[in-house]
Design a protein around this ligand. Structure first.
Ligand code: UDP
Length: 331
């Protein structure tokens, strides 16, 4: 297969590129390097630097790269907290970028796309675990833009026949088994990397955002899913579309929830470090509990997460964070 990966220098994008190449695909990466890292791009991938909001830059790739079987779209801003402070940045990159992309894909006759969506499309869930046809009422602007992206794909298919799979990730975490690539956001806001930065000494402590949620220990519960398992789901989704599957939406999670305090405790065991934790106020926009039902992805895509144990997931992340305390060299 020849796959164009948009945002292939980012966290989930770079892991998906590794998995695609490991499994024999030809990969073209397009990234604006606003949040991605050049060192995260697999050396065998063909790389284009460009921004989706610039029609000429994506057109150039699609003009030059013939016979692309499918596109995987990760190119977006994805920080819940930032989206509450800078909502228009999220509308601009996530929605304007996707609109330009879709115009170009339609014009170039691309027929299949898999893209990242998020559990944040649901907002406060009505029940646990969350199913794909549950109501979507995002509590933050990031989730709102991803929900709007899904609708953009829905109407684009009706008009132009571009088929899509939307993958709603729960909490992506962990790192490539080799330790060569891993999670490195700047600034880092995600729980597991921050805990491991407190363990590797690049940060003093982890702040626990809210201890008064309606959960057994008062801290938020999330469904943590390994990035390589997410990568595999994208590959299966591409194959599903190429085999004639219809456009659809799938949750991706392990179906098990861990509280912030449980994650910290597991990280203490895995790393053997003390890891100082300080209890603080809630962060805006955080639902109390998010746990996926991924039965649909398992049944229809044949997806089977391999890293279904939190200690193993944190071990892979620790391999990365303990050897790359400052993340990638360039940022
Ligand atoms: N969290 C925390 N301290 C941090 C970062 C995150 O307590 O420094 C909490 C956050 O409030 C949420 C959970 O950890 O309940 C997971 O947050 P993350 O940002 O990793 O992912 P999200 O669920 O927002 O996608």
């Amino acid at each position: 297969m020849k796959i164009l990966v948009l945002g292939g220098a980012g966290y989930i994008g770079s892991h998906t590129v590794y998995s695609l190449i490991e499994q024999g695909s030809e990969v073209v990466v397009f990234d604006n390097f606003e949040t991605g890292h050049i060192e995260a791009v697999h050396p065998e991938a063909k790389l284009y630097k460009g921004d989706l909001r610039n029609r000429a830059e994506i057109d150039e790739v699609l003009d030059k790269e013939k016979n692309i079987d499918a596109v995987i779209h990760f190119a977006a801003n994805s920080l819940v907290g930032e989206s509450m402070i800078k909502p228009l940045k999220y509308y601009d990159n996530n929605l304007c970028g996707t609109k330009v992309l879709l115009e170009s894909l339609v014009e170039h006759g691309i027929k299949n796309i898999v893209f990242s969506s998020t559990a944040a499309t649901y907002g406060e869930p009505l029940h646990t675990p969350i199913l794909e046809d549950d109501p979507t009422n995002p509590t933050n602007c990031y989730g709102e833009t991803k929900k709007a992206m899904e609708r953009m794909f829905y109407w684009t298919e009706i008009a132009y026949g571009l088929k899509y799979v939307s993958l709603r990730y729960f909490n992506a975490c962990g790192a490539h088994i080799s330790g060569k690539i891993g999670e490195a956001h700047n600034p880092e806001t995600h729980l597991i990397p921050i805990i491991l930065q407190a363990a590797n000494g690049t940060r003093d402590h982890i702040s626990i955002f809210g201890t008064d949620y309606n959960t057994p220990d008062g801290t938020c519960i999330r469904d943590y899913i390994h990035v390589t398992d997410l990568a595999q789901a994208h590959i299966l989704a591409v194959k599903y579309l190429l085999d004639g599957g219809k456009s659809d939406i799938f949750n991706l999670g392990n179906g098990v929830g861990f509280s912030v305090k449980e994650v910290i405790e597991t990280a203490r065991k895995v790393t053997g470090k003390e890891i100082k934790a300080i209890e603080e106020a809630r962060r805006a926009g955080d639902p109390a509990v998010l746990i996926a039902s991924s039965d649909k992805a398992k049944k229809i895509l044949g997806w089977k997460p391999e890293y279904d144990d939190l200690s193993t997931i944190i071990k892979t992340a620790w391999k990365w964070h303990s050897t790359h305390p400052d993340g990638y060299a360039t940022k």
